[in-house]
Write a protein that binds this ligand. Structure first.
Ligand SMILES: C[S@@+](CC[C@H](N)C(=O)[O-])C[C@H]1O[C@@H](n2cnc3c(N)ncnc32)[C@H](O)[C@@H]1O
Ligand code: SF4
Length: 205
C-alpha cells in the first residue's frame, strides 16, 4: 500500500541550506549576520579542509550512498546570474530521457538500492516535457521497492507555467520551492573558480 505524504513547501532560506548547492559563505548583505561571524565561519571551513584538518579528522566530504540528485533538464525560464548549472553562460536544452530514468530505476532495483531521497532538479525541472512520466516511474519504484524513499523536486517557483505544473503534481511529491522572483540572487557567488587558484585554499588538502 503506497504511503501518502502531505505536500509541503519550504521557504528559500531553508531550501538553500537543504540543497547545499554551494559551500561558499554568502555575502553579509544576503544573510544579515555580522561580518566577523562570516569571517569566523570561513576561517573554520578553511581550517577543516586544510591538510592538517584532513590529517586530524579525515576528509571533509564523502559521497552519500543513499541520497541522489538528478538534474533532469538544463533548460530554465530564469537563467540567474552565476547559476551553478551555467544556465546563464551555457544555456542548453539537454536533459534526461525517460529511458535513462528507466535504466536508473532498473539498476537501483537490481542492486537492491533503497534510496533515502531522490531529488529532481535542473535547470528548472518543471519544464521537462516528460516530468509526469518520470515521476510516475520513480513513484512506482518507491511504492514497490523502497517505501521510505522521499521523492523531492526543487523548483524556482517562478512564472505561470511553472506554477501550473506544480499545481498538477502528485501530492506525495515534496516540493522545495526556492521562490525566485528574478535573475539576481544576492546569495549566489561565482562558482566556476578553481579553489587551487584562490589564495585562501592554498593550504587545502
Ligand atoms: C540549480 S537550482 C535548480 C532548481 C531550481 N531551478 C531552483 O532554482 O530552485 C538548485 C539549487 O541551486 C541553487 N544555486 C544555483 N546556483 C547557485 C550558486 N551559484 N550559489 C549558491 N546556490 C546556487 C539554487 O538556488 C537552488 O537552490
Ligand atoms: S532558476 Fe535555478 S536553475 Fe534556473 S538559473 Fe536560477 S538557479 Fe539556475
Amino acid at each position: 500500500m503506497p504511503r501518502m505524504r502531505a505536500r509541503y513547501y519550504v521557504d528559500d532560506a531553508r531550501a538553500m541550506a537543504a540543497l547545499d548547492a554551494d559551500n561558499a559563505t554568502p555575502p553579509p548583505r544576503a544573510t544579515g549576520k555580522p561580518r566577523w561571524r562570516l569571517r569566523w565561519a570561513t576561517f573554520r571551513k578553511l581550517l577543516r579542509v586544510s591538510r592538517l584538518g584532513t590529517a586530524l579528522c579525515g576528509v571533509r566530504h564523502r559521497r552519500h550512498r543513499r541520497l541522489i540528485e538528478i538534474d533532469i533538464p538544463y533548460a530554465c525560464n530564469l537563467q540567474c546570474f552565476n547559476c551553478n548549472r551555467s544556465c546563464e553562460q551555457a544555456p542548453s536544452h539537454e536533459g534526461m530521457t525517460c529511458e535513462q530514468i528507466e535504466r536508473f530505476v532498473a539498476e537501483s532495483i537490481a542492486r537492491g538500492i533503497r534510496w533515502d531521497r531522490i531529488r529532481l532538479l535542473g535547470g528548472e525541472p518543471t519544464l521537462h516535457p516528460e516530468l509526469l512520466a518520470i515521476l510516475s516511474m520513480l513513484r512506482a519504484y518507491r511504492d514497490e521497492h523502497s517505501p521510505s524513499t522521499r521523492l523531492e523536486i526543487a523548483t524556482n517557483g517562478y512564472g505561470r507555467r511553472v506554477r501550473r505544473v506544480l499545481a498538477g503534481l502528485p501530492p506525495d511529491v515534496i516540493v522545495i520551492d526556492t521562490r525566485k522572483t528574478g535573475r539576481v540572487q544576492p546569495g549566489f557567488r561565482t562558482f566556476n573558480v578553481a579553489p587551487q587558484d584562490l589564495m585562501s585554499y592554498r593550504w587545502a588538502d
